[in-house]
Design a protein around this ligand. Structure first.
Ligand code: SF4
Length: 316
């Protein structure tokens, strides 16, 4: 039975099984904001990459089940080498992380000797091992601002986030031309249509979006470029009632839970990450029951990647 056809009773039963197995196994369940609602609802902690990394580093549970994509589980494994990290579906990848390899990054570094490498957290462990600072959209600006002004910076792999960072920090960055197919698919035309249809709404845009740089160009007082956690904070605190959201549609569930008196609509209903949606409640239950799929990182790669990830966690 696919998750799409789950009845409320079956969802409740599976969630009970997951909770019982997690307790029995001493595992904490972490879920990304883009996960399907029934997985978010059973998790011990739901958040963005930065929040989940912090939680993975801080938890005293002996095992972590990571409901997200593979690089996120890998990051948790690097931060917690003494813990077992499981991912319910090992094929849950990321088109953005796949857009740069460690060999490509090494070649790029060779062309810019002495440059500081800042990698978005959506990268493989091998790429992180070649990186000075990791960042997420939640702290990318602070990471760039922490680097001395006279240092050349290579930023990879997301070009849209990179363009946004150049704009908000005033720094010139060397950008890798990678993109997330989901966010790149949210086009300026989607934004324009909504701006016309909902002039009373606040527009929340993730900086990875293909529309983000254009949004900056015609930004008005009601356009806000924010990480997913930033969107949640903003919506909770805002006196406004209606919000248009330009990121993966899984965030709508979390936003609606956190600010139930407000109205949230996706700028593009097509913005669905098939990798994130590969994690289902059944696979989560099976993962805990059958103790699969264990995520491991080569200890030498992990040792080199850990410094960049720890710098990311330390910078607010
Ligand atoms: S939404 Fe994009 S960046 Fe996020 S996991 Fe999916 S493919 Fe990767």
């Amino acid at each position: 039975m696919s998750t799409d056809t789950l009845t409320p009773d079956r969802i409740a039963r599976l969630q009970d099984e997951v909770r019982a197995l997690a307790r029995e196994r001493g595992a904490v369940v972490l879920a990304h904001n883009y996960q399907v609602p029934e997985v978010q609802d059973v998790a011990d902690f739901v958040g963005d990459s930065l929040g989940l990394s912090r939680e993975a580093a801080a938890t005293d549970a002996s095992a972590i089940v990571f409901c997200g994509v593979h690089f996120m589980a890998e990051t948790a494994a690097i931060l917690s080498p003494d813990k077992t990290v499981l991912i319910p579906d090992p094929d849950a990848g990321c088109s953005l992380a796949a857009s740069i390899t460690a060999d490509q990054l090494r070649a790029w570094k060779a062309e810019h000797p002495g440059a500081v490498v800042v990698s978005y957290v959506n990268t493989t462990a091998e790429v992180k091992a070649e990186t000075d600072y990791c960042c997420t959209s939640g702290n990318a600006r602070a990471v760039i601002e922490a680097i001395p002004e006279d240092r050349e910076i290579l930023f990879c792999p997301d070009m849209f986030l990179g363009v946004w960072l150049e704009r908000v920090t005033g720094r010139k960055l060397n950008l890798w031309l990678g993109e997330c197919h989901v966010h790149a698919g949210i086009r300026p035309a989607d934004i324009e249509r909504w701006q016309a249809q909902a002039p009373d709404a606040e527009l929340l845009v993730h900086p990875e979006c293909g529309c983000a740089s254009q949004c900056m160009a015609f930004a008005n007082g009601r356009t806000h470029i924010l990480s997913t956690e930033g969107m949640i904070r903003f919506a909770r605190q805002s006196p406004k009632e209606r919000f248009l959201v330009a990121t993966e549609t899984g965030i709508l569930h979390r936003l609606t839970k956190e600010a139930p008196d407000k109205r949230f609509e996706a700028v593009s209903e097509r913005a669905v990450c098939r990798y994130m949606k590969m994690i289902t409640l059944e696979k989560l239950r099976d993962s805990l029951r059958d103790w699969k799929h264990v995520v491991t990182v080569d200890p030498q790669i992990a040792a080199r990647a850990r410094g960049a990830i720890e710098r990311m966690i330390a910078i607010a």
